[in-house]
Design a protein around this ligand. Sequence first.
Ligand SMILES: Nc1ncnc2c1ncn2[C@@H]1O[C@H](COP(=O)(O)OP(=O)(O)OP(=O)(O)O)[C@@H](O)[C@H]1O
Ligand SMILES: [Mg+2]
Length: 359
Amino acid sequence: MSFLRLHCVTKRFGAAVALDNVTLQATAGSRTAIVGPSGSGKTTLLRLIAGFDVPDAGQVVLDGAVLADGPAALPAYRRGVGLVMQDGALFPHLSIADNIGFGLDRAAPNRAARIAELMRKVELDLAMSDRRPDALSGGQQQRVALARALAREPRMMLLDEPFSALDTGLRASTRRMVAALLADAGITTILVTHDQAEALSFADQLVVMANGKVCQAGTSHELYLRPRTPMVATFLGDAIILPAMLGAGYAACGLGRIPTEHVAMQGPRMIMLRPEQIALVPCRPSEGRLRGGPWGEIVDLDFGGSTCQVSIRLTATDRHPGQLLALPQMRRDLLDVGASVRLTVTGTAHVFDEGSPAD
Ligand SMILES: Nc1ncnc2c1ncn2[C@@H]1O[C@H](COP(=O)(O)OP(=O)(O)OP(=O)(O)O)[C@@H](O)[C@H]1O
Ligand SMILES: [Mg+2]
């Protein structure tokens, strides 16, 4: 049963369509991550759910209550929805404690204790209570914004790139802390992020948006392994996308004949493999020619720390031109520009619903 339901929501700003007929659901207590290119409508979507903006058409329904039906909408303060913006949007003249307690009754006897509890929850040192926001780091300010949103005990929490100011290590630990905190409280959450890994690890439901539309929604596994389009595939990680000719249960492509689960599909289609399905073995060119199977030459290496991006020009055959593949690899020791490598593929090739090699 969905807790949040958006039905055919459209939002325009002048001639620009920020949201185009968006339909989306989230179950109670679930975590949804939204990813998509800049300008795809992610923030607009959160603002419509929070009530900071109204749709031109369509409904927003929360826990069975209609929050917006076209421009007729319930004001933000009556929705019980918390929104944490990227910049935190703290009140600069208020102390940290007063920022967090902003939505709490000033006269409530347990106000100070509640603020202290919230600071502990988001792992902020209580000694910071009297400081102003400008005396905190970006990451600490984001925690204050989160604590302020939690203070009102929202039914739903919307997070718009809340971890973007943090460096990689702190970002991952903050994300885990926030995910655990929201899960403990059973709060239905939507997280907008530019970070694919963050989206994949955070979400029960992952949504990819582009041009104001939902391209695909599903579990992280579904979207990573069975993306509907090449755009969704590449948005969620490195993908090897190749033209192929489908037969009964296999795809013939530049990497040989690879099994597919799409037994009924035939003819020319685009397929995808994830890089972890491809192993590289260095070989001599003569060995590559003799043993058959796909092989090629390393034409570029791009050092990136734990992984290295290896560009390989596949050896052309009469059926397949010499395609260029880019593969992230953990091993650098055996690879060099100019070296020959054989490629072995494990698992099945995913066939896209949309797009043929002629597109
Ligand atoms: N108040 C506004 N007035 C005019 N156009 C707007 C307004 N708010 C958003 N837009 C436009 O709507 C589209 C969607 O914007 P939105 O902020 O939702 O994108 P986004 O997916 O959050 O992008 P980003 O990843 O860069 O934050 C953009 O083309 C943007 O320029
Ligand atoms: Mg945005």
